[in-house]
Structure formats: C-alpha cells, structure tokens
Ligand binder design. Structure first.
Ligand code: ATP
Length: 356
C-alpha cells in the first residue's frame, strides 16, 4: 500500500466549498481502488492564515508543504487583503516562486453535455510560471516595479534562456504523447528582445523534437484564432501573463471558467489549482462549479502516477474523471453550465456514480 501525503489549502471565497467537494470525490474514488491511500493535511492559507499567523501564506504552511508529495490549493481573494499584504506576492505566486513550480499546465477540453462556444476543443496551455511579464515573480527582493515619480511607473519583464528551455521541453514532451503539434505564442514583433528570446529558444528546443510540427502566433492574433478555430490547436506554450489570459479565454470557450483545471509543477512536486479565482460574487451560496478543482486534482493524480510509476493512483484518477464526466453527461450540472444543481448536490451525484 502506497501512501501519498497531500496538502490541502482551502483558501478564500468559493475556495472552501469547491475544495471540500474535490476531497469528497477523491475519497470516494480512492475507496474503490486497492493499493493506494491519501494522507490529507489541511494547512492555512488566505484569510484564515492572516487571522492565525498574520500572513496569507505563512512559513509553517511552506515548511509543511515540503513534506508532501503535492497539494490541492483553493483560490485566494488577494485583491481584498489589507494593503500591507499587497506589496508581497499573492499566495499562489509565492508558492510557485518558492518551490520553483515553473510549469503551469492548463488544459481546455469540450465535454459531452456542456454547451460551449467552441464546437470542439482539446488543447493544453503551458504557461511559464516564474518570470515573463508578471514582474513580481522576477525579483529576489522587491516587486519588479519602480515608482519613478507619482505619475510614472516602470514594470519589468524578465526572460531567461533557462526558464524558457524548461517550459519548452515540458510542452514538447507532452506534445509527443498527444497530436505532435506545438504553437508558440509571443509578441516578438514589438517586444523584440524579451518575447524574441522566448520565440527563438522555443524554436531551438523544438528542433530536438523533429516529429513535432511547430507554428507560432502573436498573442493578439492568437486570441482571435482561439475563438475562431480552437480545434486547430493542441499544445500551446507561452509566457506567464499571455498564458494566464489565454487560458481564461480557452476555459470560457469550452463552457465555463468553472471547468478550467491546472497544475503547477517542477520535476518533484505539483500543486493542483483551478484556473479561476475565488469568485467572491458567488461565495458561500453553494452554487460554484467545483469541476475546475476536481479536474485539477485528477491532473495531480496523473502527475503522481507518472512521477512514481504507480498504476493504482492512475486508476483513482480515471475513477474520479469518469465520475465527473458521467454525472455531467447525464444532465446533473451547476448553474454556470445551465443546470440547477447546488455544489453539494452535484458533488453527491458524482460520489453516487463512483460508488455504483
Ligand atoms: P483572479 O484574479 O483571482 O483569478 P478573477 O478576477 O479572474 O479572479 P474569478 O474569481 O475567476 O475572477 O471570477 C470571474 C467570474 O467567473 C465571476 O463572475 C465568477 O463568479 C465566475 N466564476 C469563477 N469561478 C467559478 C466557478 N467555479 N463556478 C462558477 N462561476 C465561477
């Protein structure tokens, strides 16, 4: 019996509701599979951590996460934190930086039973997570922005060969297991040096994967292409901010931002995290769609299965995934997908299908 130690960070807004829902489905799926168990550790993050430790992502949480195989992170409402916390990286930015979780992998796939703007799509966005135009990620000390005069601010983008090479390799490796196609997204016609380096290094890495077809688009054109023909794309690799924006667009195109999963990884650890935010407008109403964080948990399980070559954990992933897909295909859906099920009702329906 293999035991995986998994951290659980509930977060703010809809975080606790959807994270609890994901854990219920994980437990139901794990109980159907022999040879694997999950040791879940709840750790403070967000408002809860501010109240307890005076820090939305305290050192006790970071230290405890070092002892885990991976963790499930709810969204945080850092825009609402008191001003003293806004000068620091937000909790997910801090964990990505602290653990060097350089690859943010965000799939978008149309689902049976879910009305979507895109007729058909099955793509994966690789968002570089540690530098680029998200200037707060770029500094050893400081926020990567300088207030020169009251009316002038400089915000720094950083691009390094090392970071671009590793995200490009991650993208090309997955492409080899999919439809063998990578699209590089950049803005090298204007940001000639920074975005130019991103494009050139990705192309260089691509030469090591001769079976993979490579094309590239400027970020603005890419937004239009994604809306017009999402099914044309397979693996997309891009820098931090472009990846954040494109993945929200892709999430809506396949049905709802509430569906959009992600994991943040390096070679040794992984953090499951829905691509959406804490949705304060619907928090506490029991209407949030938990699929994003549930499918992020499935991605974490698949990552563990590959990392530890463990068929049992892969079976848990498939059980969870089938439970979610079957429930939606049979018409049980939350409000954002045109259904009427509350978060708890939807979660119970998945658990029942898994136990059937
Ligand atoms: P952040 O900056 O933290 O990513 P955001 O400003 O992008 O947050 P979200 O919190 O993601 O915003 O919410 C955007 C919209 O999508 C809101 O109207 C919200 O209610 C809706 N939304 C987000 N997540 C879900 C979900 N899981 N279920 C249903 N609706 C959601």
């Amino acid at each position: 019996m293999t035991t995986y130690r998994i951290g659980v960070l509930y977060g703010d807004g809809i975080g606790p509701e959807i994270t609890k829902a994901a854990l219920e489905v994980l437990k139901a799926a794990a109980s159907q599979v022999d040879g694997v168990q999950f040791d879940l550790h709840e750790l403070p993050m967000g408002w809860e951590a501010i109240e307890k430790y005076g820090d939305p992502i305290p050192q006790v949480t970071k230290d405890a996460l070092k002892e885990t195989h991976g963790w499930i992170m709810g969204p945080h409402d850092s825009a609402a934190y008191p001003p003293e916390f806004k000068v620091n990286r937000n909790p997910s930015g801090e964990l990505r930086h602290y653990f060097d979780l350089y690859a943010n992998i965000r799939p978008a796939k149309t689902m049976e039973g879910v009305p979507s703007i895109a007729e058909q799509a099955d793509l994966v966005i690789f968002r570089e997570n540690t530098e680029g135009y998200y200037c707060d990620r770029n500094m050893y000390v400081g926020a990567g922005e300088w207030h020169i005069t009251p009316d002038v601010v400089v915000s720094a983008g950083v691009f390094t060969r090392k970071a671009i090479e590793r995200i490009a390799h991650a993208a090309f490796k997955l492409a080899m297991r999919r439809r063998k196609k990578v699209t590089i997204v950049h803005k090298a016609n204007v940001i000639k040096l920074g975005s130019g380096l991103f494009l050139n290094v990705c192309r260089e890495v691509g030469k090591q994967y001769p079976e993979v077809r490579v094309d590239d688009f400027h970020i603005d054109a890419m937004a239009a292409h994604l809306v017009r023909r999402a099914n044309f794309f397979d693996v997309i690799v891009t820098e931090n901010m472009f990846g954040d924006i494109l993945s929200d667009l892709a999430g809506e195109l396949v049905g709802s931002l509430g569906l959009a999963p992600s994991i943040n990884t390096n070679d040794d650890q992984a953090m499951a995290q829905a691509a959406h935010g804490s949705a304060p407008d619907i928090a506490g109403k029991n209407v949030a769609n938990p699929i994003g964080i549930m499918m992020s948990t499935v991605m974490l399980l698949d990552w563990l299965a590959a990392r530890y070559d463990d068929k049992h954990v892969q079976q848990v992933a498939r059980t969870m995934e089938n439970g979610i897909y079957t429930t939606v295909a049979e018409g049980v859906k939350t409000k954002d997908l045109g259904g009427s099920a509350l978060t708890t009702e939807f979660t119970r329906a998945i658990v029942e299908r898994i136990q059937r």
